[in-house]
Design a binder for this molecule. Structure first.
Ligand code: ARG
Ligand code: GLU
Length: 760
């Protein structure tokens, strides 16, 4: 199908749904298409804004307050001075990097007293979207259905390169073009990326990460998962590298914050940059995930995390050093466990199978679909073929990608050898600079004695789980020498490798090129990694890539086929780290027989979970005091302080830090998680159990104001009472009545409805 008929198809779907008004909140929608596809439904769910208030190219709209934060999270502007709200876990790396045992901001929190005290974060970015355009026609020019994946991709790449050269943009803008619907559509994002983003404030981890791993991915939740940053710009309000001369950004739009809270059934809009979903896969892919890939990854991380966790509990220094790495590994690990559970529980494979049997029936009855007859059998065969390679890849990815840390250091050193092989001494010297910087970071948070234990356990696991053909023979003689003990093997390798300590590594790095290369090639851990990579590159990845390319191409066809065969189904593109809206309502759920969750938690729940001195459930004294005094100020509700709530918005990783926005465009919460039973929404959204978890905006304000006393921040925000008195700004603590700031969609109510012509 060409892009024009695709557009017609989506348009006709829109009309069907506009009339039916079904209650369906699944989907992550492109903001520029809301007017065409979603506005009616959004209004039926309670939205008071127009699609144009949410996304407009011509005026300040909600989208101008939303940024991609640090490449992987979302954040939103909440003041006219570029104040940025995101999750604690999104700013975690930065908070950690400013922390020492003396100034432990992870432990104690941090609140900059003045602008001057706000802390710069090299490398941290905030990316705005100026506009979005459909560029499918340009991307797919000359692409034909009989092309193989490589030819197709290189045609598209060439097209896009030529096309980019013709796009008009400002010097400070960049272009991002991404495939949608498995490469059947392409959209361009014109972006503006700010590079001076400073840390303004963060609660202690006992609030920002309250409940840590035990509560992660779980409802009911009591985490104040937020931190505050600020975007700085040059004197012309443009992006600039960090400089003392930079000034706070004057945003096109910022979100007012509602003090009125939420009730079950209230409209919620989540705006952000969801990372990756796969909603249109065949059943074979889902079985592979639930039965093979997730269990493989989980089994590796089970082992690593058990060792790290013990070490972190035993030593405060290790707890800081491993905090960020541990949070990263543990997070996906727990998500995968929930995912497997949810896929099984909701019968995801069966559901896909029944969808596929409908698909097959329709395909069989219409001659124009004959070309789709072989699709599913081909998938079945390809998934059968790829599975052993995909499984081996999962193990290798885990083991070389962070669980065994020393392989990361080894990989950097081997990079030097590769650079030398490729471009001789100049290449080596060029690479050396990068390695030097990287190593300082690496060793700052590295404990070889911990890693050695992980190494022993995981190399043994690899030998048990992987079939012989995917294993390196290099280990055998070492292992024989160690009497078959992986612990002894690890001890020997770690003792004889220069990689285990920074000064030895620096000595090697300081040697003349030839000697350095020799030292690297003589190092036993570098040798081992080299041989593992050889096995991977020769035995795993060629077949994996071959099958995977074919699967991708087939998925491209299957996507198109699904849209043609089910013209009444409403399709949304899978998440791909581009800007999306998902809408829903505040809603509880029933995860199990006789269990029913209400949608809001309160500070009382924090106190119920309180375990003095605990690694996960300690509560700061000041917070307990405020609780005893019930000193909640304007943030309380009937004598209680709201903490978090859930909704039916379809979200995924990358939506962390996304604003939860009310019917009028005010901030009511901050997205940070999903409920355990529903993490399979990345493959199979099920409205009965898929819930996103948000910190209540009132808890954020309470912590900033009452707990931390950071009133200068409250004063620059715009607090409103949309339910009580229209949208008039509320008075914040100790504050003189403020002039109404020019912001909020409330002030842009009379936008012209103007959908971009590229839309349809
Ligand atoms: N599960 C959430 C996400 O995927 C929160 C992670 C941070 N929290 C934590 N306890 N590790 O990012
Ligand atoms: N915590 C996730 C993130 O970092 C969001 C939760 C999810 O995956 O839905 O983006």
């Amino acid at each position: 199908m060409n892009s024009f008929s695709m557009k017609k198809l989506i348009l006709s779907l829109t009309l069907v749904f506009a009339v039916r008004l079904v209650f369906a909140v699944e989907g992550m929608w492109l903001p520029l298409l809301l007017g065409m596809l979603n506005e009616t439904e959004m209004k039926s769910l309670g939205m008071k804004m127009t699609a144009e208030d949410v996304y407009s190219v011509n005026k300040g709209s909600l989208k101008d307050a939303i940024v991609q934060f640090g490449g992987g999270c979302t954040a939103e502007v909440i003041s006219d001075k570029g104040l940025l709200l995101t999750n604690h876990h999104c700013g975690f790396g930065q908070i950690q990097s400013h922390s020492t045992l003396e100034h432990n901001y992870l432990e104690d929190g941090f609140w900059a007293k003045t602008l001057k005290d706000e802390l710069p974060n090299p490398g941290l970015t905030a990316m705005f979207i100026s506009r979005i355009e459909d560029v499918t026609a340009a991307a797919l020019a000359g692409v034909t259905e009989d092309m193989d994946q490589k030819t197709r991709q290189s045609t598209v790449d060439k097209n896009l390169e030529n096309f980019k050269a013709t796009v008009k943009k400002e010097a400070w803008e960049d272009l991002l073009i991404r495939p949608f619907f498995a490469g059947n559509q392409y959209f361009m994002f014109v972006t503006v990326t700010y590079k001076d983003v400073r840390l303004v404030g963060t609660p202690p981890s006992s609030i920002g990460k309250f409940g840590a791993d035990t509560d992660n991915w779980v409802w009911p939740r009591h985490t104040g998962d937020f931190s505050i940053f600020r975007i700085y710009a040059d004197k012309d309000n443009r992006p600039a590298e960090y400089s003392e001369a930079n000034v706070p950004l004057k945003p096109k739009h910022f979100l007012p914050i509602s003090l009125d809270g939420v009730a079950e059934g209230d409209f919620t809009l989540i705006f952000g940059f969801p990372g990756r979903t796969n909603e249109y896969l065949p059943s074979y892919a889902i079985s592979q995930l639930a039965d093979v890939l997730d269990p493989a990854r989980i089994s590796v991380r089970d082992k690593t995390l058990a060792i790290w966790d013990g070490a972190m509990r035993a030593d405060a220094q290790v707890k800081i050093q491993y905090a960020s790495k541990q949070a990263g590994l543990a997070n996906s690990w727990k998500k995968w466990k929930g995912e497997v559970l949810g896929l099984r529980k909701t019968g995801a494979v069966k559901k896909k199978q029944s969808y596929e049997s409908d698909f097959k029936k329709l395909v069989a009855t219409d001659a124009k679909f004959t070309k789709y007859l072989k699709l599913l059998p081909e998938f079945e065969q390809l998934y059968r073929d790829i599975t052993p390679y995909a499984e081996a890849k999962a193990y290798y990815d885990e083991i070389m990608g962070g669980n065994i840390e020393i392989y990361r250091a080894a990989n950097r050193f081997l990079g030097l050898v590769r650079a030398n092989d490729k471009s001789g001494e100049p290449g080596f010297l060029e690479e050396k600079k990068k390695v030097q910087d990287g190593l300082t970071d690496f060793y700052k948070d590295y404990r070889p004695e911990i890693d050695q234990r992980v190494f022993a356990v995981l190399m043994e696991l690899l030998s048990k789980k992987l079939s012989k053909e995917f294993q390196t023979e290099m280990l055998t003689p070492f292992l024989d020498q160690a009497g078959g003990s992986y612990e002894k093997l690890a001890e020997y390798l770690f003792k004889n490798s220069f990689l285990t300590n920074q000064s030895a590594a620096s000595v090697v790095l300081g040697k003349p090129t030839g000697e350095a290369v020799k030292a690297i090639l003589d190092d036993p851990i570098c040798q081992l990694l080299n041989s593992l990579r050889d096995v991977y590159n020769l035995k795993v990845s060629p077949k994996y890539n071959e099958y995977n390319d074919r699967i991708e191409l087939l998925q491209n066809t299957y996507m198109r086929a699904q849209m043609e065969v089910f013209p009444n189904k409403k399709f949304y593109p899978d998440a791909n780290s581009t800007m999306r809206c998902s809408y829903g309502q505040v809603q509880g759920y029933k995860p199990q027989d006789a269990v029913s969750y209400s949608p809001q938690t309160y500070l009382d729940g924090v106190i119920e979970k309180y375990v003095p001195g605990d690694y996960e459930f300690d509560v700061p004294a000041r917070l307990r005091e405020l609780y005893e005094q019930k000193d909640y100020g304007q943030y309380g509700e009937n004598g209680k302080l709201p903490v978090a709530f859930i909704g039916s918005n379809h979200t995924t990783g990358g939506n962390s830090g996304s604003p939860s926005i009310d019917a009028n465009g005010n901030l009511i919460g901050l997205n940070f998680d999903r409920a355990w039973e529903g993490t399979m929404s990345d493959y199979n959204y099920d409205p009965s159990i898929c819930r996103n978890i948000m910190v209540d905006a009132r808890y954020v304000l309470f912590i900033v104001d009452k707990f931390a006393g950071a009133t200068r921040l409250i004063q620059e925000m715009k607090l409103v009472h949309p339910k009580k008195e229209g949208s008039t700004p509320a008075k914040s603590k100790d504050e003189k009545p403020k002039l109404k700031k020019k912001a909020g969609v409330n002030s842009n109510k009379n936008f012209k409805q103007e959908v971009k012509p590229e839309a349809y």
